[in-house]
Design a protein around this ligand. Structure first.
Ligand code: ZN
Length: 169
């Protein structure tokens, strides 16, 4: 694992984004949810990389791609410790922590069929963030509480995407 981490450090990208300190096991879920998995660009994905701070972590390096606000929020929901580095000419020009908002709008679906957010004239879903680590959110309309593994994400292409459970290697 140590060698892998060193290799990931060496394989620098010329221009693009490094998503680091992803909760171990969530890299593939993040790629899927953000739609980055459909990119044709060069990507390096590290799963269960050894990390001083959090034992193991995942990381994603993607060449020629910068994330939008929605993608950064999706990452903050799945990995509140995540960091995003922007790379230009092999150098980090900006590094920031993802920020979990206090309210999450539109990105998550309430699965309660009687919830007003699922009525015939659907209104945008909205959730309070009750706790961030581990994530616990509450629908502002029906007050149902969801833990991270119960969250169903809204997606433009497919109607819904369920978080793939943390996998064990
Ligand atoms: Zn609801």
């Amino acid at each position: 694992m140590k060698m892998l981490e060193e290799k990931l450090k060496i394989d620098k990208i010329t221009k693009g984004t490094v998503i680091d300190h992803i909760d171990a096991g969530y890299a593939l879920t993040i790629l899927n949810l953000t739609g980055l998995d459909e990119s044709k660009n060069l990507m390096t994905i590290g799963v269960n990389v050894s990390s001083k701070k959090h034992h193991t972590k995942d990381m994603i390096k993607i060449e020629g791609v910068f994330l939008n606000e929605t993608q950064m929020q999706q990452i903050s929901i799945l990995s509140p410790n995540g960091t995003i580095s922007l790379i230009e000419n092999y150098n980090v020009i900006e590094k920031k922590k993802v920020e979990l908002p206090s309210m999450i709008r539109k990105l998550i679906l309430c699965v309660n069929q009687t919830c007003i957010s699922n009525s015939d004239e659907p209104i945008d879903s909205e959730f309070f963030v009750l706790e961030d680590k581990p994530l616990k959110i509450q629908c502002i309309y029906c007050e149902r509480i969801y833990k991270i593994e119960e969250i169903v994400f809204a997606s433009k292409k497919k109607k819904e995407k369920k978080v793939i459970q943390r996998f064990q290697l």
